[in-house]
Design a protein around this ligand. Structure first.
Ligand code: BES
Ligand code: ZN
Ligand code: ZN
Length: 496
């Protein structure tokens, strides 16, 4: 897909199709030509309604406001109406409100994200005819009539493409079957990717390395699989980095539940249990392609949670890398076991900020619904600042609060901690608290846990997301990193 910017009025640009947003059901705007026909066709301009009028070659797509995510969804719905046609070019003007950069980037992201299709395993692949998106600098409200700067728009388009393509790449890896994406394949993918990126290195730790590192919890989860576990460590290091970020990703290439086996309906889609890992890998890709001024690491625990004579068992006691002992009471709570060792490893890298991404609990989906990521941690300012950045990216988040009463539920009679809580309630938070017990005092305030179990993978499409993987985590973390460039000033204060 190519994007071209024109310093011309939208009416002066040649293209097969024109896309017009109907904002907040306002049909009085000068760009809406076909009012009577739209009324005859029953088009009310309700949010997410879109219609293609072939004889005038116009698409009308309704959006509720000019917020950046409305723009993403609006363009996605517009393109859906013409995706089967053979037209190759569309034109659209700017709908920037007061923020040109954010909304131009959103427009581009909406186009690229919504044009992804997972067809790796289809014998017949649909052809996409659309090639060019022409953008006019003419603005919906004449907000920036004189100030819409072509260079800035072009730079922003490039950024949007980089962010959305990396998100699509993350989707592709998550969607790939467990047979085709074992821990070893994920490691190979990461190594190959690192070779194509500037300032990026990749280290792969095998089983021997995990043993040397005394990662007893991680190793236990991987024991029953014929596919060996891998620790993948990607590093992006530009010259004179301003800060150091470490992203830790849960990379369960399959989660059968282990001996605490999942019922069949719950096992389907567990190829998506590597979503946190895929997000972390592609955050590195974007960091490098955008030349972010930070050192960024991705530490990934890749393993398969399987059954077999050699499987780890409920009743086992594991010795984690930190030395803390863990009573296993449920082998399906495996993500936290892999992550606690990876988080311990990650703290040795002395990060300024430490973030883990994981499809950790079904309880998080129950708490927040399928579209929302759970944010947890010990630092309210950090949680809110992350939430604010995530909001711009279009990813939905909700903060789940820790408390000392829930912490007590992880007590074990025979080891330092149990891998599950002894209550049916608060499962997302108790999983977060389990991880928290592996965060050293000096990193407590620098750590965020993101439970992406809901949005990472859905079998129904929503907004600009297709059925299947959504690439959850990539965009929100990148927007958060980008906000760090000019920030620390505008953190939302909240009492602890
Ligand atoms: N990978 C699952 C969590 C999950 C559930 C991800 C649904 C995506 C969608 C995780 O390993 C798991 O099985 N968690 C258990 C924890 C329980 C045993 C304490 C769960 O959520 O049921
Ligand atoms: Zn599990
Ligand atoms: Zn899992």
């Amino acid at each position: 897909m190519k994007f071209e910017v024109y310093n011309k009025k939208i009416s002066q640009i040649e293209a097969d199709i024109e896309i017009i947003f109907v904002v907040n059901s306002n049909f009085n705007h000068k760009w809406i030509y076909d009012r009577e026909e739209l009324a005859t066709l029953g088009f009310k301009g309700k949010d997410e309604e879109a219609i293609f009028l072939p004889h005038v070659k116009r698409v009308y797509s309704a959006i509720k406001d000019l917020q950046s995510d409305s723009i993403r969804i609006g363009i996605a719905n517009a393109l859906k109406t013409i995706c089967k046609t053979k037209y190759t070019s569309v034109k659209i003007a700017l709908y920037t409100e007061d923020n040109t950069e954010t909304n131009v980037r959103a427009l581009v992201e909406g186009v690229v994200l919504s044009s992804y299709k997972f067809d790796k395993y289809k014998s017949k692949k649909d052809q996409l005819f659309l090639e060019i998106i022409k953008i006019s600098t003419e603005d919906y409200e004449d907000y920036n009539e004189k100030t819409n700067d072509i260079d800035l728009i072009e730079k922003t388009i490039k950024e949007g493409i980089i962010i959305a393509e990396a998100t699509n790449d993350a989707k592709e890896i998550v969607n790939t079957t467990p047979y085709d994406m074992t821990p070893e394949k994920l490691a190979e993918y990461s190594q190959k990717l690192a070779k194509t990126l500037k300032n990026v290195n990749c280290f792969i730790g095998d089983k021997k390395f995990l043993k040397e590192q005394k990662m007893g919890a991680f190793l236990a989860v991987a024991k029953a699989s014929i596919n060996e576990p891998k620790l993948i460590h990607l590093t992006y290091k530009p010259k004179n980095p301003l800060k150091k970020f470490v992203f830790v990703g849960k990379g369960l290439t399959y989660d059968s539940g282990g001996l605490s086996l999942k019922p069949s309906e719950y096992m389907v889609n567990m190829k998506s249990d590597k979503s946190g890992a895929c997000a972390a890998i592609h955050i590195i890709k974007v960091a490098s392609e955008l030349n972010l001024p930070f050192e960024v690491h991705a530490v990934i625990g890749a393993a398969e949670n399987m059954i077999g004579g050699n499987a780890y068992k409920p009743d086992d006691v594991l010795i984690s890398r930190s030395g803390k002992t863990i009573e296993v009471r449920n082998t399906d709570a495996e993500g936290r076991l892999v992550l606690c060792d990876c988080l311990d490893f990650a703290q040795d890298l002395k990060p300024d900020y430490l973030v883990d991404l994981a499809t950790l609990t079904g309880a998080c989906v129950v708490a927040l619904g399928e579209y929302t990521t759970g944010i947890m941690g010990n630092n309210n300012d950090l949680e809110y600042s992350f939430k604010k950045s995530a909001c711009k990216s279009g990813e939905l988040t909700g903060i789940l609060p820790f408390n000392k009463y829930l912490t007590k539920l992880l007590k074990s009679e025979i080891a330092d901690i149990s891998n599950i809580a002894n209550s049916r309630y608060g499962g997302a938070i108790t999983a977060g608290l389990f991880l928290n017990s592996f965060i050293k005092e000096e990193y407590k305030d620098k750590w965020l846990h993101l439970d992406i179990a809901g949005p990472a993978y859905r079998e129904k499409s929503w907004g600009y997301n297709q059925s299947g993987a959504s690439g959850a985590g990539v965009r929100m973390c990148i927007y958060w990193l980008k906000d760090f460039i000019n920030k620390e000033k505008n953190i939302v204060k909240e009492d602890k």
